[in-house]
Write a protein that binds this ligand. Sequence first.
Ligand SMILES: [Ca+2]
Length: 131
Amino acid sequence: MRVSFARRTMLSFAAITALVVPAVVVGTASPSLAWRANSICIAQDRDGGRNSFCFTAGTYVPELNSKYCGSCWGNNWNDEMSSWYSTTSMRYCWYFDANYGGESHVMDFSHQRWINQPGREDNKASSLRPC
Ligand SMILES: [Ca+2]
């Protein structure tokens, strides 16, 4: 069968489109956020919104008020955590007070998923550590 130049060109375009378009779709479907490996990240708003503060597993953070946050009240991370994620199997705890005081809550491995703080625990974290 004889195929015209125009027909061949259309077929080539269709073949190229079939190869290129799915690659573009896959590219836009990937998460825009770069999840940090082996880390804990806390964020100012729900679902990782606004600023976030990340540190490598094993880090002790006795005073979140010593960690700078430009958009936070008082320019520090004290009482700002509204969501968090953990990409480490190391169990972490966050505490209502500085130096691991007051009420504490466990932060288990969440993989690539932000955990939102329930109402009464929102904006309360003042320190974090492995526990
Ligand atoms: Ca607090």
